[in-house]
Design a protein around this ligand. Structure first.
Ligand SMILES: Nc1ncnc2c1ncn2[C@@H]1O[C@H](COP(=O)(O)OP(=O)(O)OP(=O)(O)O)[C@@H](O)[C@H]1O
Ligand SMILES: [Mg+2]
Length: 162
């Protein structure tokens, strides 16, 4: 069957609006959820990830995993795997065994996900953060797979209702 794709746009006028989207998505997490983030340097991928981590009950500081590639945290209900694949080589990817994370017990956020598109699970929620201005961001949400398609419908409804 054809993969279902759905889209939503979340307009963030302030940093708080980005945090609100992270909190909304965090409410729906379960093991195996993949959030694939893209957007220019400084768009807000890490900021979004920090808000998401906090919302699922990760205690302590979540910082950018640019040099470590992957960091693991304990959330209240499930583990949180935070990846930044900007500097990931194919050899490192093989060594890390990314599928163990993607299909493990936790929820994964991948920063710069489009760089490893072929390594990502087919079903995922893609977020493209576009830097419009000082705090203004346009976040394009694409759900691939029926589960994520329903997330997109909810994001559209919540976004319109703000
Ligand atoms: N609406 C917004 N959403 C997210 N971050 C915002 C927003 N407005 C301002 N910011 C600020 O923009 C910066 C985003 O930096 P962040 O490290 O999250 O970017 P990034 O996309 O992860 O960059 P990199 O590609 O270097 O990893 C932060 O300093 C954050 O406080
Ligand atoms: Mg980052």
């Amino acid at each position: 069957m054809e993969q279902q794709i759905n889209q939503a746009i979340w307009m963030a006028n302030t940093e708080q609006d980005t945090i609100a989207l992270a909190e909304l998505l965090a409410a729906w997490v379960k093991p195996g959820v993949i959030l694939a983030l893209d957007g220019d340097l400084g768009a807000g991928k890490t900021r979004f990830s920090q808000a998401f981590a906090k919302a699922i009950g990760v205690k302590g500081i979540v910082n950018s995993p640019t040099f470590t590639i992957i960091k693991e945290y304990e959330g209240e209900r499930l583990p949180f795997y935070h990846m930044d694949v900007y500097r990931l080589s194919q050899d490192e990817a093989d060594e890390l065994g990314l599928d163990d994370y993607f299909f493990g017990d936790g929820v994964t956020i991948v920063e710069w996900a489009s760089l490893i598109k072929e390594l990502l699970p087919a079903e995922r929620l893609e977020l493209y953060i576009e830097h419009l201005g000082d705090e203004a961001r346009r976040i394009q949400v694409t759900g691939i797979g029926e589960g994520y398609a329903s997330w997109c419908r909810a994001v559209n409804e919540m976004g319109a209702g703000r």
